[in-house]
Ligand binder design. Structure first.
Ligand code: HEM
Length: 827
């Protein structure tokens, strides 16, 4: 490709590595514009710390940033190009209240799969153009106009909750609130609600699907090319769990159809008495490209995503605190009774808004539910920002140069003890002054809706929903509601997935009925400890150990097979061969560590599933963290070998004389295996869950699912060449069995060739000993073997006509043969 040899490509790769090293050195040098901002050197040099905390430890960088502020002060450099601030006084500069230009950092929006929505737009001016028509739709006036629908949904929610009175089974009230907010946002935006409140029970809803779809946010951020996998949603929708399928179908299929319908109505001159968001957008001044259905569907997806879980989580947090603090509930109830005669007919949102204590409860709920917990940064494009503050009782001053990102996080700011003393406690009174009036000064310390040109666009709707819903809940439902085994910790922020996540995402249980996993699931894997009896607890762990031992053996064989295939392909490329040998070494080291480590984890091994042995002192086990380390060793080695499957053949293909399209097809085919490494990355957070030692059976089931999918992909990837062969025969209308190849086969579709001259005499099929079935430009021949193109039938009757569009080469191939007489071959 581009006339470069493998060596030249390797030189370029080496050059790139040296460049990265020099860049890291530059990043920590005094020449870097952020060199004066304090922070750890490794974070200033590379993105590795952020990768470790957000990808490996999963969504934990915000917590680490909080600790960095304690050590380095109000401004900290958290990666080579980004600063984090914990001083709310600087927020107006960062978020530019007053119309100054602020881009979003590309690194941040890489995490969003809805890049075409205003929310995922980096450039200030384009964002502005995209935001204005949506913002109009969510103005105070518009929300007031559509308020009656919210009233209706609020009553529907309360009626449904009350109808559950007497049920012996507890349920997660966040699901109920999520149904309410989804119905509200859909009814408001699209003129037709999703109808979650009308269904029996609370499932399906968009709570768990939102969490599932947000899960890869950090992987997207570091590997933006993996966002292409989001497009797979439409293809795989029929095979997904019901609620996720519904979510994907709504966003990727139904919304674009709705947009086309609205467009057809507008073209036909039909005016609806009830405007929808699409109507607004399609009639706006946006340019034609920005009115494309997929772009508008992204905008709608942003609105649904942003408007559902944020508000419902705030309602859930407030519910919990009111139920655990009856005095607060009493105080709020008496205030509400002053304006509400009949709670089934509520006053308007504007009237409720004037109630100080209701406002204070909502503010406190917003403060402790955080809205968006991940840091949100901005880039000043036209001016340097000057920070003046104090650290360790000394004045400090920093310049944030234009073009560099600086951000803040609600989960840090909302616990600023200066502004919010006893910040983890729910104290609505802090929002009121001695005259029972709202304190504007402390409202300025809030970041729940962000600030400036990119602040929350649905704030009016959120306040309307919160005021109405909370009033009805307090007066109608909460007196009949009680908490079921819920404690502070169940609500406490634990990590980010853009929105705040608690420690135990109990609802998210993925079960796969894949091969050997079935038995484990039957006996208890995938269940929480509280749901297991003693036998299930022990049997499921025993099964897990058997599974893991078999899995690592299978993995080692598959990976070695892959490495050997690459080794064969790269037979004349010494540097590549060395790399593959290293990979092979890594694979087997990882196998030994995982296999032996698992067996030695407890002495004797059956103590893993027989805790009585440990309690009676007859057995000993290593700390549970050892399991995490073992898991990560397997993960890293798997990712390395999977990626090698993409990179190494890429180098080889680069040098062949294949057409560019054929090269890309071939590479695409080979790269398919790298999809497996995405699953491996997805597995990382679950492996981390082993650390606590709690609910092991629950978390290992997640890793089993990922690992089964990963190995499944590996099998498909390695079978693709054979399947291609099979499918093509059928496409030609010939037999699907191992029959003669057809004359009609188009040579241009062949991905691979051995590059030798065609042999006319009968020959044996070229059997790939590793059974992967992929071979490229050179193969190793023996005196008793013959050359043939891959794709020629096993009977050797290669009767295809020579197709000039096939891969051909102008130069002599160097091949590795045992008999002098056979080399060199010419095509
Ligand atoms: C309690 C409720 C809510 C909270 C705490 C909240 C919080 C936020 C925050 C912090 C942002 C800024 C994100 C960033 O800087 O990247 C944001 C943006 C946004 N929110 Fe909300 N939100 C809430 C409810 C809603 C609702 C009901 C909607 C429905 C329309 C909505 C729509 C949006 C949109 C479209 C954006 C992107 C704005 C832009 O980039 O221009 N939000 N929200």
């Amino acid at each position: 490709m581009f006339g470069l040899s493998t060596n030249q490509v390797l030189v370029i790769a080496g050059g790139w590595l040296i460049y990265q090293l020099l860049k890291a050195l530059y990043n920590i040098s005094t020449f870097h514009p952020l060199s004066r901002i304090p922070g750890p050197k490794l974070a200033a040099a590379t993105y590795l710390p952020e990768f470790y905390y957000d990808v490996v430890k999963f969504g934990c960088y915000t917590k680490e940033i909080k600790k960095l502020h304690e050590k380095y002060g109000p401004l900290v450099r958290i990666n080579p190009n980004e600063i984090h601030c914990n001083d709310i006084a600087f927020s107006d500069e960062i978020y530019a209240v007053g119309g100054r230009k602020r881009d979003k950092p590309v690194h941040q929006i890489n995490g969003s799969a809805i890049g075409q929505a205003g929310f995922g737009t980096a450039d200030h001016d384009i964002h502005r153009l995209r935001r204005i028509p949506v913002a109009k739709f969510f103005s105070r006036g518009m929300v007031a106009r559509l308020e009656p629908e919210i009233h209706g949904l609020v009553q529907k929610l309360c009626n449904k909750l009350l109808s559950q009175q007497g049920d012996t089974e507890a349920f997660d009230v966040t699901m109920a609130y999520s149904c309410f907010t989804s119905d509200a946002i859909s009814g408001y935006s699209f003129g037709e609600s999703f109808g979650f409140l009308d269904q029996k029970g609370w499932y399906p809803n968009f709570r768990e699907p939102t969490a599932s779809l947000l899960r890869p946010v950090f992987i997207f951020r570091f590997f933006p090319w993996t966002k292409a996998s989001a497009g797979l949603g439409m293809v795989l929708v029929d095979y997904m769990p019901k609620d996720i399928a519904l979510f994907v179908r709504t966003l990727q299929i139904d919304l674009p159809i709705k947009i086309r319908q609205v467009k057809a109505n507008i073209d036909a001159g039909i005016v609806l008495d009830r405007p929808t968001i699409f109507d607004s957008l399609l009639r706006s001044d946006l340019d034609a490209l920005d009115k494309e259905p997929q772009r508008l569907a992204d905008e709608a997806a942003a609105v649904i995503g942003a408007g559902t879980e944020t508000t419902s989580w705030t309602l859930a947090v407030i519910t919990y605190h009111l139920l655990t603090k009856p005095k607060l509930l009493e105080k709020l109830t008496s205030e509400l009774r002053t304006v509400v005669a009949d709670p089934t007919h509520l006053p308007s949102w504007t009237e409720l808004e004037t109630l100080p204590y209701l406002g204070a409860v909502i503010q406190e709920g917003l403060r402790l539910s955080y809205g968006v917990s991940a840091r949100t940064a901005r880039v000043a494009t036209e001016e340097n920002l000057i920070y003046r503050g104090e650290w360790n009782k000394k004045p400090v001053q920093y310049v944030v140069p234009k073009g560099y990102a600086i951000g803040m996080s609600a989960v840090i700011t909302h616990h600023d003890e200066g502004a919010f003393p006893d910040s983890y406690a729910f104290i609505p009174e802090r929002w009121l002054d001695e005259n029972n009036q709202r304190r504007k000064d402390i409202e300025r310390s809030m970041l729940a809706f962000s600030k400036g040109s990119r602040m929350c666009l649905g704030m009016n709707l959120a306040f309307c929903e919160l005021n109405l819903c909370l009033t009805a809940l307090v007066l109608r439902v909460l007196p009949h509601m009680c908490l079921h085994e819920t404690v502070d910790e169940d609500l406490a922020y634990d990590h980010d997935m853009f929105i705040p996540m608690t420690k135990d995402t109990r609802g998210v249980v993925y079960m796969a009925v894949v091969g050997l996993s079935v038995y484990g699931l039957l006996v208890g894997l995938g269940r929480l400890e509280e749901d297991l009896n003693a036998w299930q607890w022990s049997e499921s762990l025993k099964y897990y150990i058997v599974w893991i031992l078999m899995y690592v053996v299978a993995l080692a064989i598959v990976k070695s097979s892959v490495c050997l295939t690459i080794l064969r392909i790269a037979s004349t490329k010494k540097p590549l061969r060395i790399s593959v040998w290293i990979l092979l070494g890594v694979t087997w080291c990882s196998f030994c560590i995982t296999f032996i480590g698992t067996l030695l984890y407890c002495q004797p091994v059956n103590a893993i599933w027989t805790p009585q042995l440990i309690l009676s002192g007859k057995a000993k086990c290593a700390p549970v963290e050892t399991l995490v380390i073992i898991g990560h060793v397997a993960t890293v080695s798997t990712i390395l070998t999977d990626l090698a499957l993409v990179v190494v053949p890429g180098f080889l293909l680069w040098e062949t004389q294949m057409k560019r399209q054929a090269k890309l097809q071939a590479w695409g085919l080979l790269s398919f295996a790298s999809v497996a490494s995405i699953i491996t990355m997805v597995r990382i957070p679950y492996v981390n869950k082993f650390g606590g030692g709690a609910n092991l059976q629950f978390w290992v089931a997640h890793t089993i699912l990922c690992s089964n999918v990963e190995t499944g992909i590996g099998c498909i990837a390695s079978s693709l060449p054979s399947l291609r062969h099979f499918i093509r025969r059928n496409a030609d209308g010939s037999s699907s069995g191992p029959s003669k190849p057809s004359n009609k086969r188009s040579g241009s579709r062949d991905f691979f060739t051995v590059g030798s001259a065609r042999q006319n005499k009968p020959r044996e099929a070229y059997n790939n000993p590793t059974d992967i079935g992929i071979s490229l430009s050179t193969i190793k021949g023996r005196s008793d073997e013959n050359w043939q193109r891959l794709g020629v039938g096993s009977d050797g009757s290669s009767d295809e006509t020579f197709d000039p569009r096939r891969i051909f080469t102008q130069h002599t191939f160097s091949v590795d043969v045992d008999r002098q007489s056979q080399a060199p071959l010419r095509e």
